[in-house]
Design a protein around this ligand. Structure first.
Ligand code: F6P
Length: 335
């Protein structure tokens, strides 16, 4: 079998464990097969940038953050149909049987678009996709994307460092979190780090309430802000400063953006195990002739059937961006 492996969208810890699992499983279970790494994601696919991978090429990367294959943002892939046509033709003409993908919702949509072309043309290349994103916005009604738990571990570390200095200085820290349109990363980071409040993307924030919270704290206060919340950190700071001044309260406020730090660093145990499992399982299924599909990420050993790419690409049906009410209730109860 001739296979390719691609990491798409924003990098995330766990992508390397997935690449390693695909390469090792394929070459161990089917030594006559070849596996090619697509360099720089969808951009590299369109431009035919492939690299033959050996088992040795993937040694020592299981916990490494980022992706050894690279991933470049390539929005043109969505807007220019001729690029998708080119990628599909290239996979077909070069004789690939399978493309293994790990990436976020952009990669799921790209995979589905490619699969449609392949099907229409009668070209027999199949695409198997795993969710990889720190945002946890890929089919999150059906599992949790690889990279999410690693980013949470990083966030916990970052927020605990901020807590140290906040506490020393009796300060309020307003901290920006990544997560794109989804509230997940910010909200869960807030829960595990014991943040005093997390502002969700589309929330109508009661800033008087935030001031109340800060006034009841003896030393440190941490407010986490989701990436998609429209006000800047500076604007939030100004609003809070004004309310506190009106109340005659002296409290220093600082702002910090932990975004890109959340995405880097080594993969969590959970993400390594799940990425390794999915990489193994997808290759095993491919060797049995699996059709294109999206593999949900639950625990290692989970054998839930893959879902069609068409369904995986339909955010309305498979994803939600806000936190379920019961989880919000829990966070309030823990405050
Ligand atoms: O999708 C992952 C992510 O890190 C988002 O949280 C963020 O909105 C985006 O990527 C940032 O992308 P870039 O690195 O291209 O600016």
């Amino acid at each position: 079998m001739k296979c390719a492996v691609l990491t798409g969208g924003g990098d995330c810890p766990g992508m390397n464990a997935f690449v390693r699992a695909v390469v090792r499983t394929l070459l161990n279970l089917s030594p006559e097969s070849t596996v090619w790494g697509v360099l720089d994601g969808w951009y590299g696919l369109v431009h035919g940038h492939f690299r033959l991978l050996s088992k040795r090429d993937v040694s020592g990367i299981v916990m490494l953050g980022g992706t050894i294959l690279g991933t470049m943002r390539f929005p043109e892939f969505e807007t220019q149909p001729e690029l998708r046509e080119r990628a599909a033709r290239l996979l077909h003409e070069q004789g690939f049987d399978y493309l293994f993908v790990i990436g976020g919702n952009g990669s799921v949509k790209a995979s589905y678009a490619l699969e449609r072309i392949l099907r229409e043309r009668g070209w027999n290349v199949r695409i198997l996709v795993a969710p990889g994103s720190i945002d946890n916005d890929v089919c999150n009604n059906l599992g949790t994307s690889i990279g999410f738990y690693s980013a949470l571990e990083r966030s916990l570390e970052l927020l605990s460092w901020i807590r140290d200095t906040a506490s020393s200085h009796r300060r309020i820290y307003i901290v920006r979190s990544m997560g794109r349109d989804s509230a997940y990363l910010a909200f869960y980071a807030g829960i595990i780090a014991g943040a005093e409040y997390v502002i969700r993307p589309r929330e109508n924030v009661d800033f008087e309430h935030l001031a109340d919270i800060a006034m009841h704290r003896d030393r440190d206060t941490i407010f986490v802000v989701s990436e998609a919340y429209p006000k800047s950190l500076a604007e939030i700071r100004q609003i809070l400063e004004q309310i506190l001044r009106q109340r005659g309260v002296e409290r220093e406020i600082r702002t910090v953006d932990m975004s890109y730090f959340q995405r880097g660093g080594k993969a969590s145990v959970t993400d390594i195990l799940r990425a390794s499992w999915l990489g193994y399982r997808m290759v095993r299924d491919a060797l049995r002739g699996a059709e294109s599909g999206f593999y949900t990420a639950f625990a290692i050993g989970d054998e839930r059937a893959p879902i069609p790419l068409e369904l995986a690409a339909d955010d309305e049906q498979t994803s939600h961006l806000d936190i379920p009410p019961e989880i919000i209730a829990m966070a309030r109860a823990l405050r």
